[in-house]
Design a protein around this ligand. Structure first.
Ligand SMILES: Nc1ncnc2c1ncn2[C@@H]1O[C@H](COP(=O)(O)OP(=O)(O)OP(=O)(O)O)[C@@H](O)[C@H]1O
Length: 255
């Protein structure tokens, strides 16, 4: 059975601040942004992006990640994808994971678009047999036609994104991790990409999606986790957590 389990996970990025003469006086009612600036045990300055997070996801869970800029949403997705090892705590993931976090991962600019279907597909854990079965469907979905025989360095950024999106959303997966990747291609492809994403989300067993669009989150997710400076502020049914978040930001627009 697929699952994702985080036990007391903390993630700190070591950073170096430059000394300056800037005098910073915190303003009243300052809005939250970023993780926590702190010192590690060895005295090194760090950004604590995730702070003692625990949660378990099981098949059927479609989790929305909510929170201010720098709250830790992308970092949490990267921890679940095992791209970042936690500083403290434990992450256990069982099942096949498809991370759609960075559309340019695993693409070779000197190879043709068609060859990249295989290169990125293998990188995402698809087998050669699966790729042979799906290559034509992926090529067709990208709508790149004869351009698939040209090296990817000759593509525009939107054309690259189309191909990367087409490959990533045709992987058979248990756990799908998504980071605001819905803004792909031109207006017509965007609509098609959204439809593909919704059906891909329904096919996968567990989904985690970070987005600032409540509309997108409500359409796709059933649960939500609200982060503030890397700490868990709320976790539960999507509508309740969106409401909690809305209540905490009420009045910001007027300020
Ligand atoms: N490579 C890095 N080095 C140092 N600090 C980092 C690094 N990546 C992220 N951070 C810090 O970690 C914190 C969380 O960042 P993260 O990207 O996870 O936030 P987010 O919730 O996805 O934000 P947004 O909504 O703006 O995309 C921020 O304070 C950010 O400055």
């Amino acid at each position: 059975m697929a699952f994702v389990k985080l036990e007391n996970v903390t993630l700190e990025f070591p950073v170096q601040a430059s000394k300056s003469d800037r005098r910073r006086v915190p303003s009243q009612g300052e809005k939250p942004v970023g993780g926590q600036l702190a010192s590690s045990q060895s005295g090194q300055m760090v950004v604590r992006a995730l702070d003692h997070l625990s949660l378990t996801l099981e098949p059927g869970d479609r989790l929305a990640l909510l929170g201010h800029n720098g709250a830790g949403k992308t970092t949490l997705l990267r921890v679940m994808a095992k791209l970042y090892p936690p500083t403290h705590g434990r992450v256990t993931v069982q099942g096949r994971v498809a991370p759609l976090l960075n559309l340019s991962f695993g693409l070779d600019m000197d190879s043709t678009g068609y060859d990249n279907i295989f290169i990125r597909g293998l990188f995402l854990g698809m087998s050669k047999a699966e790729l042979r079965r799906k290559a034509d469907t992926i090529a067709e979905f990208s709508e790149l036609g004869d351009f698939l025989d040209l090296p990817m360095r000759t593509y525009s950024s939107g054309m690259r994104a189309r191909l990367a999106f087409a490959i990533s959303t045709h992987v058979e997966t248990d756990i799908l991790l998504l980071d605001e990747v819905v803004a792909t291609g031109d207006a017509r492809f965007f609509k098609k990409a959204n439809e593909r994403l919704e059906s891909f989300a329904r096919e996968s067993k567990i989904l985690v999606l970070a987005s600032h669009s409540n509309k997108v989150l409500r359409e796709i997710c059933n649960k939500a986790l609200l982060l503030e400076h890397g700490r868990l502020k709320a976790f539960g049914a999507i509508d309740e957590v969106i409401e909690t978040y809305a209540a905490s930001t009420a009045g910001d627009a007027k300020a």
